[in-house]
Each structure stands twice: as structure tokens, then as C-alpha cells.
Design a protein around this ligand. Sequence first.
Ligand SMILES: Cc1cc2nc3c(=O)[nH]c(=O)nc-3n(C[C@H](O)[C@H](O)[C@H](O)COP(=O)(O)O)c2cc1C
Length: 339
Amino acid sequence: MPNFWRELSKPIFALAPMEDVTDTSFREVVAGLSDPQYLQVLFTEFTSVDGMNHPKGKIKVAERLFVSESEKSLLKQKNIRLVAQIWGNKPELFHKIAREITDEYEFDGIDINMGCPVKNVVKNGCCSALIDQPTLAKEIIFAAKEATHLPVSVKTRTGIRSHDTEVWIAHVLETKPAAIILHGRTQKQQSDGLADWEEIAKGARMRDQINPDTQFLGNGDVFSVSQGEELITRYGLDGVMIGRGIFHDPWFFNPLPLTPSKSGKLAQLLLHTKLYEQNWGGKKNFNQLKRFYKIYTNDFPGAALLRAELMESKTYEEVYQVVNAFKKELPLPEGNGNS
Ligand SMILES: Cc1cc2nc3c(=O)[nH]c(=O)nc-3n(C[C@H](O)[C@H](O)[C@H](O)COP(=O)(O)O)c2cc1C
């Protein structure tokens, strides 16, 4: 059985699954900027197994699993793995959809979301609500594992109302998942406060005792590669997963001695827009792209003004025009996007 998690060089760095963020376009931008030593695993946005099973809803939901040809070839070239993340609460649907993902797509792994704290999903007993339902949670993991030869991982939190890390992680480990990614917050905390890395370390120690073959990654508030490396060493982990850190620095996984140039940032902004247009055209809301413009327009003269203009844009064409006009007004030094 292929289990890429075991083949990865340590320490492992992964980009977190993020809804409306980690689509094929953004993953391709990040992969293009990253040193594969520091970015080994990417995840899709979370994808509902009920949605995938719905005769009409499926087309829309399956967009979350779309991988463009250009992303595929880039990931292959850089040897970066791609994992499909799924969620729900019915073991039989996990079985069905895990099989479908295995047979009809080309992912390297399947991840089960047992961490999302959003009201709409937890009120239906899905995602982090499964922490309170360990028997069902285990049935779900076993069902997915039975349906696929791909490695199955679990991304979760430390508890519901308070940390219950050791008890909960011991349950998950009974299913021998290929990897566990533990976000050091409870469901109740949502994104508040700080992730508790002592709790993450407790989870890693359970792994050492119960199933040393499971790779163990910590998640929460990592904002640089060096911070990630330090946490991995200090808490006995195999790796870390980075979420919001990528908004602070799209070059996150390529620690450079120099900060990226203006031309490098604008080239990435244009590339991201082009890829988004090619992949989605009118299918997805154009305005979703605007949240990304902040990450490419900072720390150079005129950045705030450019950002404000981009926020007003209504079409892809307007974005190209605004950025190209800005480039003409403020001649930029040549750059290759990485300098
Ligand atoms: C915009 C956004 C969307 C997210 N969507 C998902 C998701 O689809 N699946 C998931 O498991 N976690 C999701 N998360 C949680 C992140 O994967 C991660 O666990 C969390 O942001 C903590 O990591 P960080 O401190 O590095 O950001 C999302 C987070 C953000 C900010």
C-alpha cells in the first residue's frame, strides 16, 4: 500500500486546507514559490461527502476537488503531495466517496476533517463534533480506510469545551491513521487565544506509545519556517501545518535571505488572477480573489493605493489594467518573482 507520509523527509511542512483559499489556483501559486524541502504536502478545501453523494449538488461540490493540469505537472515536478479533505458523519458515505476519490481522481491521500468548529457543521454532528462521538469517529476512519489504498489522515482539535487530548487522540490512534494533524485549540476556542503546543506534545506522546507509524503534525499560529522547525524539535513532532501564515507571506515555504521585490509580488498577483480566471472564469465569485490582493500588495511605495484600486475592480480585465498601469507609473526593477 503506498503511504507517501512515510516517505517524506523530515521535518514535514504542509499547507493547511482552507475553504475558499486552497483551490487549485492558489495551490499552484504557493507550490511555484516554494522550496519542496519546506513544502511537502498540500490539501484541498474541505469537501462534503453528503454533497458528493447528492445527484444535483455534486457538480458544485466536486469543484473543490478540481486539480488543473498545470498544478498537476508542477506538483509532480516538485514532488509535492496533494491530499483531498472530506467531511460528514455517515460511515457509508465516507466509504463510497473515499472509493470514488481513489478511482476517479489522482490524489496522494485522503484526509478526514474532525476539526472544523463552524456552527453549521457541528450542529449536524460533523467535523469537530465527532470528538464527542469517538465510536462513530472510529467507524468513519475505518470505513474510509477500507475503501481505499491511499493513506488516510485525520485533522482534528484537542477537545470540545476543554482539552481532552490524550483520551481523544488515543481513540483516533486505534484506527492507525497514516497521519494525525492536531490543531492545538478546542472546538469552543474556534480561532481565539493561542494554540496550546503542550497539548499537541501530549498527542505526539500518545502516538509514540500507541502507534509510532502514524506521522504527527502540529498546527496553530506558526508564522515562519524557523518557528516551525523549533516547535517540531521541542515537542517531538514529525512536522507542522501552516494556515494563516501564508497570508502574511506567500513565500513562506521558501525562506529567502532577501524580501521579495515589488515586481516579484505583482507578478504573483497577476499569475494568481490569470490562473483563477482560467480555472473558474465566471463559475466562482470574482470577489473571492480580492482577499488575496492584500498579500501581494504590501511593503512597497504606492502599495496601499494599488490595493484600494484593486478592491474596486469588478472584472479580471480591470485587474490586469490596474496592475499594468501601476507598473508603468512606477517603473519596477526587473525580477523573476523570486528575488
Ligand atoms: C479561511 C480559512 C479556511 C479554513 N478552512 C478549513 C478547511 O476547509 N478544512 C480544515 O480542516 N481547516 C480549515 N481551516 C483551519 C486551518 O486549516 C487551520 O487549522 C487553522 O487556520 C489553524 O492554523 P493557523 O494558525 O496556521 O492558521 C480554515 C482556516 C481558515 C483561516
